[in-house]
Design a protein. Structure first.
Length: 270
């Protein structure tokens, strides 16, 4: 038997991307159907969606470790455990927990030092983005733009914790900071009237699995009174780089947020 797992099935894509970044992609034998990062992982056997899995296909791959994510995969995990498989389930919801996930994945496959180095590098890059945002604010003494991150349109769901933290790192102030620690989407549902009342300067939307309809957002009743809508400051970020609690969010996702906030800030009220 190998000292560390050699045949790993990843039921969500952030652990797949992490293993590849650590140079351990050869260990991955099965992936989620939603996997797009890195491109070379897309050719691996696809064994699951987010809340269901093909158990026979997983077993045919003879995994010695299965990596899962969140309470939403609890039923999948329970069945895999009943079938005798080793399963590690992550539940990261914050930037710090994403970095911890990276370190744990590295430890599980025997490359702890490489994982620590990767986490430190990502943490350093986030610090650079935060510093750039602060440097841009200081000379003009402007307030930060108010940002509404829309995770889903119906019901209307505000951003999860790691997304709201990345909005702050990128130079914005989330308009529903009190909701960020609620891990379930149903607990972050907001009223359209509350969005109007909090009057975001910028709206950033990312709808998992479908393209954002910016015209639809702008046409919502009463939303023409929102500064972001009136000024056309509505933008989309691909869900694969911001709603995935892994390296993608800490790299491409936060950079996309920073680019949007930078582009629109000059037209926001002082």
């Amino acid at each position: 038997m190998a000292d560390y797992p050699a045949r790993i099935v990843c039921l969500t894509e952030e652990t797949t991307e992490t293993l590849y970044l650590l140079g351990e992609g050869h260990r991955v034998v099965g992936v989620s159907a939603y996997t797009v990062r890195p491109p070379e992982a897309k050719g691996k056997p696809r064994v699951s969606a987010f809340i269901n899995a093909n158990f026979d296909k997983i077993e045919a791959l003879r995994p010695d470790l299965i990596l899962a994510f969140s309470d939403l995969q609890a039923d999948i995990v329970a069945e895999l455990i009943r079938r005798g498989h080793a399963v590690y389930t992550f539940n990261q919801r914050s930037v710090a927990e994403i970095l911890q996930m990276i370190r744990i994945v590295g430890g599980l496959v025997g490359v702890g030092e490489k994982a620590h180095a990767l986490a430190r590098r990502l943490e350093g890059e986030l610090g650079e983005i935060r510093g750039a945002a602060l440097d841009a604010e200081a000379p003009k003494a402007r307030r930060r733009p108010r940002v509404f991150f829309e995770e889903w349109p119906d019901p209307l769901i505000s951003g999860i914790r790691w997304v709201e933290e990345l909005v702050e790192i990128a130079g914005g102030d989330p308009i529903f900071p009190e909701l960020r620690d609620r891990s379930l989407g149903k607990d972050r549902i907001v009223n359209a009237e509350d969005v109007i009342a909090r009057n975001p300067d910028i709206i950033v939307a990312s709808w998992c699995g479908k393209p954002v309809q910016i015209d639809e957002i702008a046409a919502r009743p009463g939303w023409q009174r929102i500064s972001a809508v009136a000024a056309g400051r509505i933008d989309e970020i691909d869900s694969t780089i911001i709603l995935q609690p892994g390296p993608a969010s800490l790299t491409d996702g936060v950079r996309a947020l920073r680019a949007i906030i930078t582009r629109y800030t000059e037209t926001c009220a002082p």
